[in-house]
Write a protein that binds this ligand. Structure first.
Ligand code: DX5
Ligand code: ZN
Length: 224
């Protein structure tokens, strides 16, 4: 089943509860929460205080995408703040296996993320531990960038590996997912679709989300 994950990075933070509720009415089923530290990526965003506030206004699962150098330091705080899923970047985890175990131990669904220049096959040793793999289809740090087409090759490879290895992780894609790209990512095999600017632009989150999800469902039905 394809699911739409509105990324609040592009929401109006002064009206976050309303924005999230609108995206939820439009069919968003998981909230994507981008955490940036100004080191791993050249931008700063939000952390546990915002997570705690958000937790009070939505029942949807919250998917924390950790774009930080030292995700291990934050596992406990995010678990306590109400995170449901946590994804950590392959590029920063020296002990990825241990980090994923620790996330699970704290009651969250563990996931691994790869940047555009990181190969999927590096993840083979941990694929049986993850709830999902997140393929970055832009270089992380900012909303509103253009989709990198090679990401489709990586999504197809993850789908192939899942079958070969008899696993059931889900495949998430993040970056440049919009009306013109969502069909291709679904056809390639992604089923967790993160969209920031395509959902929250022009203050029409409900309508944008509904249209995007419809396009994704059409593509899913066509490739079934
Ligand atoms: C980018 C973040 C994304 C971002 C995507 O580094 O990880 O989640 O919000 O934004 P769009 O959908 O606008 O490319
Ligand atoms: Zn993200």
């Amino acid at each position: 089943m394809v699911e739409l994950l509105p990324s609040i990075l592009s929401a109006d933070f002064a009206h976050l509860a309303d924005e999230v509720k609108a995206a939820e009415r439009g069919g968003g089923t998981v909230i994507h929460f981008d955490v940036m530290d100004g080191h791993f990526v050249p931008n700063l965003t939000i952390g546990p205080p915002v997570l705690e506030s958000l937790r009070k206004v939505t029942r949807l699962p919250i998917d924390c995408h950790m774009m930080v150098e030292n995700p291990d330091d934050f596992v406990e705080a995010f678990a306590e703040g109400g995170a449901d899923w946590m994804s950590v970047h392959y590029e920063v985890c020296r002990n990825l296996h241990r980090t994923l175990q620790n996330i699970k131990h704290h009651g969250m669904e563990p996931a691994v993320v790869i940047n555009p220049a990181t190969a999927v096959d590096l993840l083979i040793p941990v694929l049986d531990m993850v709830h999902h793999v997140l393929v970055m289809s832009v270089n992380p740090g900012f909303g509103g960038q253009s989709f990198i087409p090679y990401s489709l090759v990586k999504i197809r490879r993850l789908k192939e590996l899942r079958e070969e290895l008899g696993l059931n992780y889900r495949i998430e894609v993040d970056g440049g997912v919009a009306h013109d790209t969502i069909g291709q990512v679904v056809e390639a095999g992604a089923d967790l679709l993160v969209a920031g600017s395509a959902v929250f632009s022009h203050g029409r989150a409900e309508q944008n989300a509904r249209e995007l999800l419809q396009a994704a469902q059409v593509a899913a039905a066509a490739s079934a």
